[in-house]
Write a protein that binds this ligand. Structure first.
Ligand code: HEC
Ligand code: HEC
Ligand code: HEC
Ligand code: HEC
Length: 177
């Protein structure tokens, strides 16, 4: 009897846990910036602003995109869901999961690190296990290849080690530990 009861409690906790992870919302890069832009900790926000992911919407307005759109019957690549799904975190997620993320962010932090509403609190963030349980992703090659694949009309061969080095934004205080 007691065991059965315990089992039911565990089961309901498990279900509750799964639901909360699935309903995590995308909070946007400005929220991450509050804690992740100190030079001593690697200023991740500034580094992201200087690399191409944050600028990914600009490419949809470039001459290459205009030419591609014309040839393929696309009225406006900057508004085309087929392009935005990889060039914009905001457009890639369901409207009910947008909790502060802006349409202007391009490929934002949370496309790689997972939606942040459940892991963003400092007590959770400081504990890697807890952060991961609350939806933080430490991205591997598979995550990159959800976008870096031949479905992209401008695809180039994706070399993970080289690509990771290009976007590196390490926190030197974590490496010391
Ligand atoms: C309230 C402050 C705060 C906010 C907001 C915050 N973080 Fe963190 N984050 C931390 C702290 C503290 C650590 C632990 C490392 C450290 O001490 O610098 C951390 C660690 C991390 C790590 C490294 C985890 C590891 O163990 O390797 C990642 C990745 C990360 N945060 C991503 C994000 C992203 C993406 C966002 C926005 C969606 C975000 N964080 C929002 C405070 C924050
Ligand atoms: C949500 C989709 C998405 C994910 C996930 C993603 N990328 Fe990208 N990435 C893009 C887009 C779109 C561009 C092109 C940006 C532009 O120039 O408009 C890009 C550009 C890049 C570039 C610049 C290429 C150049 O020509 O300099 C590098 C490097 C890169 N990504 C590495 C990575 C790595 C490493 C990962 C995984 C850790 C990753 N990306 C995950 C969408 C993504
Ligand atoms: C499957 C995800 C995906 C889709 C769909 C996608 N892109 Fe991209 N796009 C990327 C990635 C990733 C890159 C960066 C490629 C690289 O440099 O390795 C990129 C790069 C580009 C570039 C820069 C090319 C260069 O060499 O500078 C343009 C322009 C572009 N995409 C336009 C578009 C247009 C227009 C559409 C819609 C018709 C589109 N993309 C659809 C993922 C995608
Ligand atoms: C294109 C994918 C991508 C984007 C966009 C991205 N990151 Fe990362 N991030 C990574 C990868 C890959 C790592 C290295 C993971 C590892 O060391 O296992 C990383 C590591 C980190 C770390 C931990 C550094 C360390 O030394 O362990 C923090 C903190 C972080 N990112 C925060 C952010 C924030 C904040 C943003 C947005 C402003 C962001 N990231 C945008 C892919 C990304």
């Amino acid at each position: 009897m007691n065991k059965k009861f315990l089992f039911l409690i565990c089961l309901s906790l498990l279900i509750a846990g799964t639901v909360s992870a699935q309903t995590s919302k995308y909070i946007g890069a400005d929220k991450c910036k509050v804690c992740h832009n100190k030079p001593a900790k690697g200023e991740q926000y500034n580094k992201w602003m200087k690399e191409k992911h944050s600028q990914a919407l600009k490419s949809l307005a470039s001459q290459a995109s205009i030419d591609y759109a014309k040839k393929n019957g696309i009225a406006d690549a900057t508004k085309e869901p087929k392009c935005l799904k990889c060039h914009s975190t905001y457009d890639a997620v369901a409207a009910n999961l947008r909790g502060g993320i802006l349409a202007t962010e391009g490929v934002s932090c949370e496309s790689c690190h997972g939606p942040g509403s459940a892991y963003k609190s400092p007590t959770i963030m400081k504990n890697q296990d807890m952060a991961v349980k609350n939806g933080l992703v430490l991205p591997d090659e598979k995550v990159c290849k959800t976008c870096h694949n031949p479905e992209n009309p401008f695809h180039k061969e994706f070399k993970f080690a080289e690509a990771v080095a290009k976007i590196a934004h390490p926190d030197p205080t974590l490496a010391e530990k």
